[in-house]
Design a binder for this molecule. Sequence first.
Ligand code: GLV
Ligand code: MN
Length: 195
Amino acid sequence: ADPDPLQDFCVADLNSSVSVNGFPCKPAEQVVSDDFFFDGLRKEGNTSNIFGATVTSANVFTFPGLNTLGLSTNRVDFAPGGLNPPHSHPRASETGVVIVGKLLVGFVTGDNVFHSKVLSPGEMFVIPRGLVHFQLNVGEGKALAFTSFNSHFPGVVISSTSLFGSTPSIPNAVLTKAFQVGDDVINGIRSKFGS
Ligand code: GLV
Ligand code: MN
């Protein structure tokens, strides 16, 4: 989904004071082989959080060699029962491969059709750009998946935290009407997301 590159590569200079769409390129004479390799997805992520899952990202911020190339990858680790909660990516479609365990993968289309399947190691999914999706560990042990995106920075909007954990809060008048429930329900959910 990112624009096409205008040169072979453009390793990001993340510290440049120049502000553009994307990042300026590090001068070509300073580019080294290591700019095109990244070992940050080797380690299991820490899943000690309320969801029991964690995403480790190889995007332009952590792997500047991806700048302008329209690609990035995540590692997603799941404790038993862990959930990568419903979220969407504004700038990319996503593919994923299960490496370890069993994951229930689902997404909802723009006309509210829910598509889902339980996947085993080696099996793959695709999430069309912008649609809300999740992965739930339904196996006995831990699970692991790698996901890839057609953007160097796909972005992420987590449904629960964007609606119930924003700063400042969305007014109760909006959320009680939107979800057709009382203030008590909204306040209860909001208290879980620190807002
Ligand atoms: C999984 O949905 C991910 O965004 O890595
Ligand atoms: Mn995703």
